[in-house]
Ligand binder design. Sequence first.
Ligand SMILES: [Cu+2]
Length: 301
Amino acid sequence: MSVGIRLLGFLAILLAVFGGAVGVGRAVGPVDTEAPEEHAMDAGHDDASATGHDSGSAADAHLPQGLMVSQDGYTFELTTPTASAGAAKSVEFTIVGPDGEPVTEFDVEHEKRLHLIAVRRDFSGFQHVHPEMDEHGTWTGTLSLTPGQWRLFADFKAAGAQALTLGNELAVRGDYRPVAAASDTRTATVDGYTVTLEGDLTAGESADLTLSVTRDGVPVTDLEPYLGAYAHLVALRAGDLAYLHVHPHGTPDDGTTEPGPDVVFAAEVPSPGRYHLYLDFKHDGVVRTAAFTVTGSNHDH
Ligand SMILES: [Cu+2]
């Protein structure tokens, strides 16, 4: 078969596919009495599941969170995309809803309406804060910022919509000295605490990670509940900073979960490669963060 004939065949198939799509559109269109604008407004409602909108969401569901600034009609808008370095810098933003207005109604998740996570792109800085919202839907968070490019994640659930984690970029002025990526590290020390990580990350499979907290060599057995758990773990993929939700086994009020020294998480990574993990834990009234780097493997290894 000549290249020309193959091309013609390909074009014919394309025409069949697109022609079919047009045919479906025509057949379905008149049945649906809603105007297209109303469809867009309904994006977050359950009754949209019968329309074509949900097929897009189903595909999106396989994407890790945090990669997009806008999803399902919600957009994470920073008031200014730049900031100066400093210990207590205000960062202002809104979550703009499908109607184009800042969202003011959020559901509480993990005891807060919105969680803001800030990570310097070389993984040398990490903060998890809880901004305040005014009545117009403008959020203000306080971050300690060093020069460089920061990735911000807004983790929230607008009332009546799916939980989302949207990402945006904040450039912090100053003398940026990127830190070389660390090799894998499974032991972290912070303020006299040593935290070790056991377990392996495997692409596409849920695996248990056990984080153990000691202080001066003594296991810590009185971790304090923080946001409804004895610890929180965020995993970020090297390269694109895909944001992974990692859920702990058990809660402080279930009657069986011990307050340390071990906290066990179920983690599932979407691909092999390097991940940066940040564990927030509370002890003696202070929340501290321990950082780890773990390389995940393919499941056949
Ligand atoms: Cu939070």
